[in-house]
Design a protein around this ligand. Structure first.
Ligand code: ADP
Ligand code: MG
Length: 698
């Protein structure tokens, strides 16, 4: 198992624990140590921190999951320091504060290193699979950088990991800044000749700082003086207008008691809270309170940092994690139900076709079948949401897809809903499962229709453009890998949504429609399909004015497109001939497959586990044509089964079947890409075609 494939809860506790530890750390050294310990090995296999040291020097701190690598890492980073600094400066100038490279490919490497061979070889020599680089920023300045990587055998960093890295980087930067200021102040004051100069310098710092600072009276807790940043943060233009006011005016009413905890202990206190702005809004802040003297009537120095950005990122992280958890749950349920549906569908199929039941029973069986089909549809939607569905991605020209959808939509939508398009002049090719993409557009169009009860317009807009992490954060709230994307927006003129609705639309079963009118699965399906296709979806809305849903997919460059719908492959339905051994522990599924194949003229043998199957093969070696087997059998691993089977009968074709998606099974190494696979639930035709084709080929 990977040690650092953190679950949602672990990520949250990693952030929370580290933040607490960092807030308590007053010294620079402690900050560095806490930061690295938090990251390796919980988030990454290696980490590099580059931070400012005294006299304009830089400090390099590294950590590696394998302690023997620490020395090598440190010296190689030190040797490439100039190159690192250059790359960082360029990135910062371009406004890119963070980079996420899920897969360290040649192209990605060239891109991040800007073809600097020193950096390329540095990254290569540590065999990284995945990399994230985040600048350490506080008070609007870049202090340094943090790079973290995962080794080749780990899981790639995902967008949640990236969000965690960014939150940690912010926290680390704030802690470094406080620790540095603290130490600098101490140094200045220790040098006797420098006192006057130091005072002047600190007055300047006070005025120009990006963090808010105030001096507060120790007895009545009234504000003596504040710097411009403090005034701005609280919504006041002129710092002087705050002088003399009680500090409690800056607190929401229920937090006035907070001031009682300001202590006279040297070292002071650091805590997170919310402050009230002049306009009544609240703002999350990190406050540090330090007594100037240890007398009761002495003043306090209070610094206040705005945490709004950080809180927004954290909030999104939580939301993404909730979606992930719901997805896992939905996927599990759907998978179970799917197995049952295979049985119900299959048997009602057989029942309906058997000649010995009367026509009235036929109708009843048909009802069972219809109900099962409806249930199967819902599980498919849930599977799509939880990203456990098998997609067949092909290269598609986005404009063509949209153009072909227009007549379909016009047919499906009421006459008072107009459908218009605004297509990008650029040909944009994306990779997706065609019918799923159409499903996405239909779901979005139906929602738009529902939002325009008295009619309106749906506009389908395609755009090809470059997106990067920052754009991603602005649009969706999560960073997305930099690159070119094809976008389709579905714009309606309906009633729109308020903030609360907007925040929940993608959750399964969230609906504002009447019972029976909405399932709340439309958008969660869209979300799941986009996510599984390597794309994104987001919504913007103005209540009363309309809504825009936009989907985006990475652009595919330099590949032939599939311009027309591929004509469905029809295999002839010849009656079967041959002997099939079915290995499946679920009785219903096994018997169903046996009945279907027997009906088509195959001789069928059944086995419930690996040993039974091997015994069957031993007894019937010359006559067996195919082994149809579940991927996961009770008493044997897939590899072992295959080995043993082929030891007995080297050329026996094996057809694997599973209720888990093929991608998942490939990913777990259970079967190889070139092996034949049948997805459950399967229809009678799927099974017969696949079995027939394999026996014919053999
Ligand atoms: P359903 O359509 O079954 O309610 P969806 O997942 O498709 O489920 O949508 C969830 C909710 O999102 C809807 O109930 C509605 O409140 C809101 N919504 C979705 N699309 C729009 C839209 N275009 N305009 C306004 N509200 C929308
Ligand atoms: Mg819907």
């Amino acid at each position: 198992m990977d040690t650092n494939a953190a679950t949602g809860d672990e990520r949250v506790s990693l952030v929370e624990e580290t933040s607490k530890a960092l807030q308590a750390a007053l010294e620079f050294e402690a900050v560095l140590e806490i930061s690295l310990k938090a990251i390796v090995p919980r988030l990454a296999d290696l980490a590099v921190l580059v931070v400012p040291a005294a006299h304009g020097d830089v400090r390099i701190e590294v950590a590696h999951a394998r302690p023997s690598m620490v020395g090598k890492l440190r010296s190689e980073v030190a040797a490439s320091l100039d190159a690192i600094r250059q790359a960082c400066e360029i990135s910062v100038r371009e406004g890119r504060q963070a980079r996420w490279i899920p897969a360290v490919t040649d192209t990605a490497l060239r891109f991040v290193t800007r073809r600097d061979p020193r950096l390329e070889s540095l990254i290569r020599s540590f065999g990284l699979r995945s990399l994230m680089v985040v600048s350490l920023r506080a008070s609007g300045r870049t202090l340094g950088g943090l790079a973290v990587g995962r080794a080749e055998d780990g899981t790639p960093f995902n967008s949640n990991d990236f969000a965690v890295a960014q939150v940690l980087a912010r926290r680390i930067a704030l802690a470094i800044e406080s620790a540095t200021l603290e130490e600098e102040l101490q140094r200045e004051l220790d040098a006797p000749a420098g006192v006057t100069e130091a005072i002047h310098k600190w007055i300047r710092v006070f005025d120009l700082a990006f963090w808010g600072a105030a001096v507060v009276d120790g007895t009545d807790r009234r504000i003596e003086t504040v710097n411009p940043a403090f005034a701005r943060l609280h919504g006041y233009g002129d710092p002087a207008s705050l002088a003399g006011r009680p500090f409690t005016e800056l607190l929401p009413q229920d937090r006035a008691g907070e001031l009682e905890n300001w202590s006279k202990e040297p070292g002071g206190r650091v805590y997170e809270t919310v402050h009230r702005r002049r306009d009544g809004d609240t703002v999350p802040v990190l406050v540090s309170v330090t007594p100037m003297e240890d007398r009761d009537d002495g003043s306090y120095v209070v610094t206040v940092q705005d945490l709004s950005d950080l809180k927004r990122t954290e909030e999104r992280l939580h939301r993404a994690q909730r979606m992930e958890a719901v997805g896992r749950l939905a996927g599990g349920v759907a998978h179970e139900v799917n197995n049952m549906m295979t049985i119900i569908l299959g048997f009602s199929d057989l029942l309906a076709r058997s000649l010995d039941i009367g026509s009235s029973s036929q109708k009843e069986v048909e009802e069972i079948r219809k109900a099962a089909v409806r249930a199967a549809k819902i599980t498919t939607q849930l599977l799509a949401f939880s990203r456990q569905q098998v997609l067949q991605p092909v290269d598609l020209e986005l404009n063509l897809i949209v153009q072909e959808m227009v007549p379909v939509l016009r047919l499906m939508l009421p006459a008072n809903v107009k459908v218009e398009t605004a297509l990008s002049p650029l040909e944009t090719v994306v990779r997706a499962d065609r019918s799923q993409l159409e499903q996405v557009l239909i779901n979005l169009a139906f929602n738009a229709r529902d939002a325009m009860a008295s009619g309106g317009t749906i506009r389908l807009v395609t755009v090809a453009r470059r997106l990067d992490e920052a754009e991603g954060r602005r649009l969706i709230g999560i960073p997305i890998p930099v690159g070119r994307y094809g976008l389709v927006s579905v714009v309606d003129t309906g009633h729109g949504m308020d903030e609360t609705t907007l925040a929940q639309v993608f959750e399964p079963f969230f609906t504002t429609k009447a019972v029976g009118a909405g399932t709340g699965l439309g958008l969660s399906t869209v979300y799941g399909i986009m996510k599984q296709s390597g794309g994104y979806v987001w919504a913007e809305s103005i209540p009363g004015k309309g809504t825009t849903f936009t989907i985006c997919l990475p652009e595919v460059i330099g590949r032939a497109t599939q311009r027309k719908r591929q004509s469905g492959e029809h295999r002839d339905e010849r009656p079967g001939g041959g002997t099939v051994l079915i290995l499946e522990d679920e009785d219903g599924v096994r018997e169903l497959a046996a009945r279907i194949l027997a009906e088509r003229g195959y001789a069928v043998m059944q086995a419930r586990n690996g040993s039974e199957a091997l015994a069957g093969i031993r007894d019937t070696v010359p006559h067996l044509d195919l082994l149809l087997t579940d991927v996961i059998v009770p008493d044997m691993g897939t590899g072992e089964l295959e080995y043993q089977v082929h030891a007995l009968k080297p050329d026996l074709p094996i057809l694997y079947m599973s209720g888990y998606p093929k991608d998942d099974i490939l990913y777990r190494g259970l079967i190889r890409r070139d092996q034949a696979f049948l997805q459950k639930p399967f229809t009678t035709e799927d099974l017969v075609n696949e079995v027939g084709a394999m026996i014919q080929r053999a």
